[in-house]
Ligand binder design. Structure first.
Ligand code: GLA
Length: 410
């Protein structure tokens, strides 16, 4: 009965979206949908509006053939431009030219490959690319997505006029929960309303910044808006780590690996996203990528840092002369450590473990380097490289990383 009242209230446009309509079991299932940061692929960074069922099928096929699925990538997400109109009853329609078999058939295909399908919409009346948005159709669209077999929704924030972000995302969250299918909810309000402060129980991930672009440093000015390099986005993550954890993640935007940066830059970008426990959503043409790009995206030891079950976002331990040292506490007492060289020249780094100590009040973990010895695993060289019993002395190439897993000796 409660649910019927909620639905009627929402249809007449006064939806307050009380989440209490869910049973405790439903609430728990929803909360458990993203216990580690979601992994997958999204069409936008490479293909923008040029999406079709053929692209999605090819991408799903490639994810199986190239080892990405086995490395943990699950979601195949169609971003903006799959939708063209609403029918006379208000139901959202996929572009019949580009998706002639329909969304249900596409979801079935993606599921048959052991993968999951994602779609995109917008809280406003139009999406960022001018397609029909969801405003006023939240419960109806959620029902359509569930009926098609959609598993993930990215929900954008263009053309929202004076909408209240918290309320708008809460309404869509309630709609998804009532649609009768577990759907990961990805908030995309670019950090304009600090979603990290209110979205923990609304969705599973929230964008923390404006859009990424395939550059290592700097920003690109488009007049009314700016797109951000990987390092510009990294700098904007300061102060956010306490908001992330199992089930709810900071999202520094989708990956640009394979979209035009140098291999070392891609490697640094991918490593830092893993240190941030960021969602790993590839954004390149994975059906036609180079072996170097593939090797980065499928480095399972780096992915394991991102996907670590403790779910603690990494911390910047030091930053000096554009050389940054980051640590991330991992389950079972291990740590990840990354030395990031942002300079365009090689940098020699000496790290005398016995004189350093990482103490993380967020996780309550400390390295105890003075009394604990860790074995060191170089995650990109794929080899063991000694232990913390001797100081680390390395040269990190320009705009690249040294990524280590510190294994506590038993
Ligand atoms: C916004 C989002 C992007 C992408 C586009 C699609 O800019 O931030 O990630 O979804 O819209 O139009």
């Amino acid at each position: 009965m409660k649910r019927r009242i909620l639905l009627v209230a929402c249809l007449v446009g006064v939806c307050a979206a009380p989440l209490a309509a869910q049973t405790p079991r439903e609430t728990k299932l929803y909360a458990q949908l993203a216990l580690t940061p979601p992994m997958g692929w999204n069409s936008w960074n490479k293909f923008a509006c040029n999406v079709s069922e053929q692209l999605i099928r090819e991408t799903a096929d490639a994810m199986v053939a190239n080892g990405m699925r086995d490395a943990g990538y699950v979601y195949v997400n169609i971003d903006d431009c799959w939708q063209v109109s609403r029918d006379s009853l208000g139901f959202i329609q996929a572009d019949p030219q580009r998706f002639p078999s329909g969304m249900k058939a596409l979801a079935d295909y993606v599921h048959s490959k052991g993968l999951k399908l994602g779609v995109y919409s917008d809280a406003g009346w139009r999406t960022c690319a001018g397609r029909p948005g969801t405003r006023g159709h939240e419960f109806q669209d959620a029902k359509s997505y569930a009926a098609w077999g959609v598993d993930y929704l990215k929900f954008d924030w263009c053309n929202t006029d004076n909408l209240n972000a918290h309320g708008a995302y809460q309404t869509m969250s309630a709609a998804l929960r009532q649609a009768g299918r577990p759907i990961v909810f990805s908030l995309c309000e670019w950090g304009s309303n600090k979603a990290w402060t209110w979205a923990k129980d609304i969705g599973h991930l929230w964008r923390t910044t404006g859009d990424i672009t395939a550059r290592f440093e700097g920003t690109v000015d488009h007049g009314t808006w700016k797109s951000l390099s990987a390092m510009a986005i990294l700098d904007l993550q300061q102060g956010l780590r306490q908001y992330a954890g199992p089930g709810h993640w900071n999202d520094p935007d989708m990956l640009e690996v394979g979209n035009g940066m140098k291999v070392n830059e891609d490697r640094a970008h991918f490593t830092m996203w893993s240190m941030l426990a960021a969602p790993l959503i590839a954004g390149n043409d994975i059906a036609h990528m180079t072996p170097e790009t593939r090797a980065i995206l499928t480095n399972t030891e780096v992915i394991a840092i991102d996907q670590d079950s403790l779910g603690v976002q990494g911390l910047q331990y030091s930053a000096s002369d554009s050389v940054e040292i980051w640590f991330k506490p991992l389950a079972n007492g291990d740590w990840a450590m990354t030395v990031l060289n942002r300079r365009t020249t090689p940098q020699r780094v000496v790290f005398d473990w016995k004189k350093q100590e990482v103490s993380d009040s967020l996780s309550g973990r400390a390295t105890h380097f003075a009394s604990t010895v860790y074995r060191l695993r170089d995650l990109w060289a794929d080899k063991d490289v000694g232990s913390t019993s001797r100081p680390l002395a390395v040269e990190v190439p320009p705009q690249d990383v040294l990524a280590l897993r510190l294994r506590r000796q038993k």
